[in-house]
Design a protein around this ligand. Structure first.
Ligand code: F6P
Length: 367
């Protein structure tokens, strides 16, 4: 029996996606393993996520060439070294009630003879995969998002690389902050979850970390900064998550635009915080928005390893007929969870467990 696997990457890109594609492909086509299986696989990549699957015209060879990429072990050989996604990504929602294109997509899946979809993405992508599963299409998911806010898994691809980037950039800022005795406010991504800011801030030794899960009091931020005045430390690093908000106020959005899944783009809180600090304390302040730098470059060792394990486990799930599920890391073990568990909500930072609400930083007690 032969089966066609289609892989796609949805949502924002991040390092680790190419590794996951490589390892789905390699383990599906592995010549040693093939001998032991009763099924043979063919693997294709869908260009630009769900958008490619909607837009492809299965009857037109040119359109197929544009939207589909045939994958084999030779094609993907070096992919795990590189960031981004070699099969493109989009934030297209085929089930968007304002422009529902799911019927066309399902028709295309059938016409292209796709037997199984491996969807690599965050909550939105898993949501589409779940809806397809409910429509009887065999799907499995691989978690990725630098925000690490997917429910049902302790780890989503891209997070570790992004945390490393935050750490490296803060290290860089420290020298100039120190030379000029300035406050630097560093804005991280993360949407409405503070994981990136918290872990990035903790490992870079930031003095203050502001997260969406605990609205901050600007007076307290200034008080904490004043407490350092006159001590030997001449500068401070404040890490703020893009979704953080001052008490009693809304978060700061870039504009009014809403994407296909109903999300607005956050951004700009660092400027607000830096301006308020300067106004209230007189300490010279600057801000840096790390933005998409956090999603760029090559994957860290953890993201390469996790991409490999998730890719392999996706093929195991297919062979075990564990459809409608997402690969997952729970308590240090690779496992899988129902897609349904990973959608419709996010995994916030547990403030009681991990956040010091007095110091605005990671807790100094762990056990
Ligand atoms: O969800 C991942 C993420 O990088 C968020 O942290 C950020 O808010 C958003 O995507 C940015 O999206 P875009 O690439 O569409 O600007």
């Amino acid at each position: 029996m032969s089966m066609k696997i289609a892989i796609l990457t949805g949502g924002g890109d991040c390092p680790g996606l190419n590794g996951a594609i490589k390892w789905v492909t390699k383990s599906a086509l592995d010549s040693q393993l093939v001998k032991k299986r009763s099924v043979e696989f063919e693997v294709i990549g869908i260009m630009e996520g769900w958008k490619g699957l909607i837009e492809v015209d299965p009857d037109d060879p040119e359109s197929r060439a544009r939207h589909l990429k045939y994958l084999d072990e030779e094609v993907v050989r070096t992919w795990d070294r590189y960031g981004g996604t070699n099969i493109g990504a989009s934030r297209t929602n085929p089930f968007n009630p304002k422009n529902d294109r799911s019927e066309r997509m399902v028709e295309n899946i059938k016409k292209l003879g796709i037997d199984i979809i491996v969807a690599i993405g965050g909550e939105d992508t898993m949501g589409v995969a779940y809806k397809l599963h409910r429509l009887g299409i065999k799907t499995v998911g691989i978690p990725k998002t630098i925000d690490n806010d997917l429910v049902g898994t302790d780890y989503s691809l891209g997070f570790d690389t992004a945390v490393n980037i935050i750490m490296e950039e803060v290290d860089r800022l420290r020298t100039t902050a120190g030379s000029h005795g300035r406050i630097f406010v560093v804005e991280t991504m993360g949407r409405h979850a503070g994981w990136l800011a918290l872990h990035g801030g903790e490992c870079s030794g930031a003095y203050i970390i502001l997260i969406p899960e605990y609205p901050f009091d600007m007076n307290r931020v200034c008080e904490l900064l004043r407490e350092r005045e006159g001590r030997e430390i001449q500068y401070s690093i404040v890490v703020v998550s893009e979704g953080a908000k001052p008490k009693g106020r809304e978060g700061i959005y870039k504009d009014e635009k809403v994407d296909d899944f109903g999300h607005r783009s956050l951004g700009g809180i660092a400027r607000y915080v830096a301006e308020e600090i300067e106004k209230e304390t007189g300490f010279e302040s600057r801000y840096v928005i790390l933005s998409h730098l956090q999603r760029g470059g090559t994957p860290s060792s953890r993201d390469r390893l996790m991409a490999r394990w998730y890719g392999i486990s996706a093929v195991d799930m297919i062979l075990n007929e564990d459809f409608g599920r997402m690969a997952s890391l729970l308590h240090g073990e690779i496992t899988s969870v129902p897609l349904k568990e990973a959608i419709d909500r996010m995994k916030p930072v547990d403030v009681d467990k991990y956040y010091d609400t007095e110091r605005y930083n990671g807790r100094r007690t762990i056990l």
